[in-house]
Design a protein around this ligand. Structure first.
Ligand code: KG4
Ligand code: ZN
Length: 335
C-alpha cells in the first residue's frame, strides 16, 4: 500500500510518499524558517500563503524525483489537527482535492500522533509505552496503550518547552528557530546560574516553562555581563532536568518502563544525552527518533495514516481542519 502524506500544520510544508511494505519512497520538507526569522516566530498569515504557493510545486518535485504518479497512490494521509488553522486549511484542501480528483480515500492524522509514531519508522515499540512530546506547541505526557488509545497524563500549564527555547534564543539575539542555536551555544558554556524549576516537586506530570523563560529575562537584566553561552547552558540544563524528572515520575507512577521522546525538542543533543544516561542507570527502554524525524515531516504522518487505514478508518469527504482536537479525543473519534 502506498500513501501520499501531507503536513502543513505550522511552518514546514512537507510531503512524503510511503510504502507500507518497503518504507519511504520520497520525503520533502520545505522550511519557512528564514521567512519568519525577522519576526522571531511564526506569522500565521505568512505561513499559510507560503504553503499555498509551494505545495503544488513540491508535489511535482516529489513525483518527478520518485518517478511515481498520483494514480499509484492508494490513500492520502494528512494532518487534520492541531496547528495554525490557516496553515492546516491549505494542506487539508490540497489533500481533499487530490482525493476527490483521483478517487482516493482520505485518512486523517493527529499531528502529535505523527510525532509519536515517528519512532516506529526506525524501531517498533511494544505497547504500552509512555510518550513525552516536546515541540514548539506542546509538552505533553501520554500513556499509549495501542494505536489510537492515548491517555493524557499531564503537560505544560503555560508555554511549551520549544517555545521557551525560541523565546530565550530571541532574548539572546540568536534568531529563529532558537532550539538548535541554543543547543550549539550551550556546549561552549557553563551552568553558572541557578534557575527555577516550577512544579518540580509536585506529585504530577504537569510542567511550566513560562517562569523559567521570565527568570532568564530577569537574569539578563541583572547580570549585564553574562556570557550568552553560560545563560544558554544554564537554561538548557534546567529545562532538560525538569523534563527528565517528570518522565521518571511518569515511569514510577504508571509502572510502564518504555519511554518514547518525540517532537522538535527531542532533536536536542543534551536532552538525548541526559535521557540516554538515565535509561541506562534506571533501566528503562528509551526510544528517540533520529533528529531528522524529530522535527516536523510528512513521513511520520504517512506512518500514522497507514496504521489508521489498516484499521479500516477513513475520513468523510467533507472533513474540515480543526485548530485543536485533543489527542485522546481524536484517538476515540478515528479508531
Ligand atoms: O515538532 P516541531 O518541528 O514543530 C512543532 O510541532 O512545534 O518542533 C519545533 C520546535 C521549535 O521550538 C524548535 O526551536 C525546537 O523544536 N527544536 C529544538 C531543536 N531543534 C528544534 N529545540 C532544542 N534543541 C534542538 N536541537
Ligand atoms: Zn510538530
Amino acid at each position: 500500500m502506498i500513501t501520499l502524506a501531507v503536513e502543513t500544520s505550522c511552518d514546514e510544508t512537507a510531503l512524503a510518499l510511503y510504502d507500507t511494505e518497503r518504507g519511504v519512497i520520497g520525503d520533502i520538507v520545505l522550511s519557512q524558517a528564514v521567512l519568519h526569522a525577522p519576526f522571531g516566530g511564526v506569522v500565521p498569515e505568512l505561513s499559510a500563503r507560503e504553503h499555498t504557493k509551494n505545495i503544488i510545486p513540491l508535489l511535482d518535485r516529489l513525483l518527478s524525483e520518485t518517478g511515481f504518479k498520483l494514480e499509484d497512490v492508494d490513500f492520502i494521509s494528512f494532518t487534520l489537527t492541531p496547528g495554525l488553522i490557516l496553515s492546516l486549511v491549505v494542506g487539508v484542501a490540497f489533500a481533499k482535492s487530490i482525493a476527490y480528483a483521483y478517487r482516493k480515500p482520505l485518512v486523517p492524522v493527529h499531528h502529535l500522533e505523527g510525532h509519536i509514531y515517528s519512532v516506529f519508522l526506525e524501531k517498533r515499540v511494544e505497547y504500552p509505552f509512555l510518550a513525552l512530546i516536546v515541540s514548539g506547541g506542546h509538552t505533553d505526557f501520554y500513556l499509549v496503550r495501542d494505536f489510537g488509545r492515548y491517555e493524557f497524563l499531564g503537560g505544560t500549564l503555560d508555554d511549551a518547552v520549544g517555545e521557551a527555547y525560541d523565546k530565550v534564543a530571541k532574548m539572546l539575539g540568536l534568531g529563529y528557530p532558537g532550539g538548535p542555536k541554543i543547543d550549539r551555544l550551550a556546549r561552549e558554556g557553563e551552568r553558572l546560574y541557578e534557575l527555577p524549576k516550577p512544579l518540580i516537586s509536585e506529585d504530577n506530570l504537569n510542567v511550566s516553562f513560562s517562569g523559567l523563560k521570565t527568570a532568564v529575562m530577569n537574569l539578563l537584566r541583572k547580570e549585564r555581563g553574562a556570557r550568552k553561552e553560560d545563560v544558554a547552558r544554564s537554561f538548557q540544563e534546567t529545562a532538560v532536568e525538569i523534563l527528565l524528572r517528570k518522565a521518571l515520575l511518569g515511569i514510577e507512577k504508571t509502572g510502564v518502563r518504555r519511554l518514547v521522546v518525540v517532537g522538535g525538542v527531542s532533536a536536542n543533543s543534551r536532552l538525548r544525552e541526559v535521557f540516554r544516561e538515565a535509561s541506562e542507570k534506571e533501566g528503562f527502554e528509551l526510544y528517540i527518533p533520529s533528529p531528522k524525524l524529530s522535527t516536523d515531516n510528512a513521513v511520520m504522518i504517512a506512518y500514522a495514516g497507514a496504521e489508521r487505514y489498516k484499521r479500516g478508518v477513513v475520513a468523510p469527504e467533507d472533513i474540515n481542519p480543526q485548530p485543536n482536537i485533543p489527542l485522546e479525543v481524536f484517538g476515540r473519534l478515528f479508531t
